[in-house]
Design a protein around this ligand. Structure first.
Ligand code: NQM
Length: 358
């Protein structure tokens, strides 16, 4: 019997921000979600720690998938993000990815799903996972995406064209509310945390409160078994409190430890996503952390060092990430209006991917 997809599947591999993934037009994949996911695992080479027989990059940040289609809604295109496991055979749509999002506008243009002319394209993207809107602007050259440019982002060598992304309605996108527990601060296992969702569910705590400085390398943090047990126990309790249910097998919420900045930024972060340490920080993860830092009384606010520009400069293991968040706080009412970030992306490969057979 012929296994699904063995004749090859049209695929583009792109770096999106500090992540890398396989981008597909929705119609090039099976319509049935379980058939699609089974095929994607064979394409990525999962489950296998090295993903040696597939195109996954052996890390959650490089084992990602974008499924893109024309929108039937009030957007130009729909973007479904799928996280594929590396050493475990799972595919989940339970989270967004703002890094892979960066490549979605250029990919849609490359595939003719949107048209653009002039010097800049503006693409309105519905993030299907959370039904929220991102507006992406990127430069054009002869009607094609211009990938080259002089914008550097921490965690990526060299420079590329800036992709400006504005988020419109990300508050509570997965948890139903910006502060799903109803509080700025909760205490879980004796640790003060903020459980927040401004596009990504994140549990934020002071690094010192879980026995680290917050300036360690990812390798040091991943080798710290006691820390990992402490924060995983917090995460498992936070899940139901954040309306996410049992998160034992889920990739959310993420865990961010914060400390005073020491590179001239606004605050310093170390993030687990949730079982590997992020080499930088996720896009919507950074938006959620920057939002928490603006909430008086939160652990993140206690280490926030205000800059002059209104931009929150989030320090992370490989540099900094600028996030602008428009927040209205009137008494106990907090309204997150919009947020904005800059990324870059690049087309790495375009062609046909051949999945392994089983
Ligand atoms: O938070 C990794 C990444 C991400 C997610 C993760 C992201 C976001 O850096 O929007 O970009 O948290 O799993 O790709």
């Amino acid at each position: 019997m012929q296994t699904l997809g063995m004749a090859g599947v049209r695929c583009m591999v792109m770096r999106g921000g500090t992540s890398k993934g396989a981008y597909f037009v929705r119609e090039d994949l099976p319509a049935d979600a379980s058939e699609r996911d089974e095929l994607l695992l064979r394409i990525m080479g999962s489950p296998d720690a090295r993903q040696i027989d597939g195109i996954g990059g052996a890390h959650p940040l490089t084992s990602k998938v974008a499924v893109v289609s024309q929108s039937t809604d009030d957007a130009d295109i729909d973007y479904l993000f799928l996280q594929t496991g590396v050493d475990r055979a799972f595919v989940t749509d339970q989270q967004n990815c703002g890094n892979i999002l960066a490549g979605v506008g250029p990919f849609a243009l490359e595939r003719g799903l949107v048209a653009a002319k002039g010097r800049e394209a503006t693409v309105r993207i519905r993030m299907v996972n959370t039904d929220s809107i991102a507006i992406e602007r990127f430069p054009l050259h002869d009607g094609e995406p211009e990938y080259g440019g002089d914008t550097a982002i921490a965690g990526v060598p060299g420079t590329a064209a800036a992709i400006n992304i504005d988020f419109e309605d990300t508050a509570g996108s997965s948890c139903g509310a910006l502060l799903p527990t109803g509080h700025t601060v909760d205490h879980i296992n004796g640790v003060a945390v903020t459980c927040i969702d401004n596009g990504m569910p994140v549990v934020i705590m002071l690094a010192n409160d879980v026995g680290i400085s917050g300036y360690e390398s990812c390798a040091e943090l991943e080798a710290n078994t006691a820390l990992r047990e402490t924060i995983e126990a917090i995460r498992l309790k936070a899940g139901p409190l954040m309306n996410l249910g049992d998160v034992t097998k889920a990739t959310v919420p993420k865990l961010t430890m914060v400390a005073l900045p020491r590179e001239g930024g606004s605050l310093c972060t170390r993030t687990f996503i949730p079982h590997r340490c992020h080499d930088a920080i996720g896009v919507l993860g950074a938006v959620s952390v920057a939002t928490a830092a603006l909430l008086p009384g939160s652990p993140a606010a206690s280490v926030l060092t205000k800059g002059a520009t209104g931009v929150t400069v989030v320090e992370h293991p490989t540099g900094t990430f600028d996030v602008s968040v428009d927040l209205d706080i009137t008494g106990s009412t907090i309204v997150a209006r919009r947020s904005g970030i800059v990324r870059t992306a690049r087309k790495l490969f375009d062609g046909t991917v051949y999945p392994r057979e089983y």
